[in-house]
Design a protein around this ligand. Structure first.
Ligand code: CLR
Length: 392
């Protein structure tokens, strides 16, 4: 057995007790990513044109669909476009899924997307992402385009457990999308996933089960995920159906639209509950390059900003220098321990910079300015801070 496979075997053993808390995972260097998990929020907006698209949709006199339904189709297209960035980008740039850096409390990642549209009607889109909990890791984020009064905000945590061959990951949290000019909001839940290929030391993500998009206009999209050898035999497959409301969603034949294909490739859309032979292309991930955000140069970043804070660790990872990785990581960890001790001693607990925690279970629909409770009720989803997508 080579030394690589020996460390991989012990890594797999450590995965057996992994619960989603990255600090408990000691992985061999070749599986480490130089990027912190706090950066992953950027994947929500690498197709800015699709993110803003509902703002530019017009109702035509001979339209069969309501304008709200047209918006829902556009929101679904944007959502599907985010998946390749979210779940395939490490495989594409680093050759496989990697273990991200474990963000420290208060770690920040900020950046912006400039307007690349021909008409310059998009304006600038900003991202702020903040690590709001360390044990367990939870990242909060907001993506805002002021020109078009469009905001996405949400938070994300994971729970993981190892089965015989794969790491099963459930995401908790949700995203809220607000199109202020349209007076429409959307609640987005996050799909469960699993990491395959671990035994072969070639990990990759596959999505599973369902996620939902609930519109404040009533429409709901139910997205079902499957991998190789399920309904199409292709990896990264999905089938999404749009219904008038969650009650209609109980009967698949009531679907107003059906979308089917690969989220990392091509998908098609048909009216009704089946994909017709003349179905139109819905989204083609191969033909729609992600637009990466711009981040300040490291020298100009503040000390809490992710790339500056992890700079030395990232360099050590790129250089494959295990001792240096460990040394530089320990510096950050010790510094964090000292900070927590000091906060406890001074009785000044750490506070988030950009986000506030809301206990939805103690709010009524009327008191909740975010609109989350109303949307969660419309979609029949649990309000408790438990796994997203859980039915009440
Ligand atoms: C984080 C939030 C993003 C979507 C997303 C994509 C990939 C997920 C990541 C989330 C959480 C951490 C994750 C990662 C894939 C692999 C990694 C589950 C949900 C785990 C911790 C790595 C384990 C080590 C393997 C390489 C074996 O919006």
């Amino acid at each position: 057995m080579s030394s690589t496979s020996a460390t991989w075997t012990s890594f797999i053993k450590s995965l057996a007790s992994y619960n989603g808390d990255l600090s408990s995972l000691t992985a061999p260097p070749f599986i480490l990513s130089p990027t912190s998990l706090v950066e992953y929020s950027q994947y929500w907006s690498e197709h800015v044109d699709l993110f803003l698209a509902p703002n530019f949709i017009q109702q035509e006199p001979d339209d069969i669909d309501s304008v709200e339904l047209k918006h829902m189709v556009a929101v679904l297209r944007w959502f599907i476009s985010t998946l390749k960035s979210q779940y395939c980008s490490r495989a594409e740039t680093l050759g496989g899924e990697k273990k991200p850096l474990n963000p420290f409390l208060g770690e920040l990642f900020v950046g912006r997307w400039t307007d690349e549209s021909p008409s310059q009607s998009f304006g600038e889109t900003l991202l702020v992402s903040e690590q709001v909990s360390h044990h367990p890791p939870i990242t909060a984020y907001a993506i805002q385009n002021k020109t078009n009064k469009t905001t996405l905000q949400g938070y994300n945590g994971i729970r993981a457990s190892m089965s015989a061959t794969s790491l099963n990951v459930r995401q908790y949290g949700h995203a809220l999308l607000d199109y202020e000019n349209l007076n429409e909001k959307y609640l987005i839940t996050l799909p469960p996933l699993h990491i395959e290929g671990i035994l072969m030391a070639a990990p990759f993500v596959e999505l599973e089960q369902k996620s939902y998009i609930q519109s404040s206009a009533g429409y709901v999209a139910v997205i079902e995920y499957s991998g190789r050898g399920y309904f199409s035999g292709k990896s990264n497959s999905f089938k999404a159906r749009i219904f008038k409301n969650i009650r209609e969603a109980e009967d698949k034949t009531k679907a107003l639209y059906t979308v089917s294909g690969q989220w990392s490739g091509v998908s098609s859309i048909s009216r009704g509950h089946t994909i017709a032979s003349d179905a139109q292309v819905f989204f083609d991930a191969n033909n729609s390059k992600p637009q990466h955000l711009t981040v300040k140069p490291i020298e100009e970043q503040g000390p809490l900003e992710s790339r500056r804070a992890w700079q030395k660790v990232a360099q050590a990872i790129r250089a494959n220098d295990y001792n240096l990785i460990h040394e530089e990581k320990s510096k950050i960890e010790n510094e964090q321990r000292e900070l927590r001790k000091k906060e406890a001693a001074d009785d000044t607990p750490w506070k988030q910079k950009f986000f506030k925690e809301i206990d939805y279970t103690s709010l009524t629909e009327e008191d909740d300015e975010t609109g989350y409770i109303k949307l969660a009720n419309m979609a029949n989803l649990s309000l408790k801070n438990i796994l997203s997508g859980s039915i009440r």
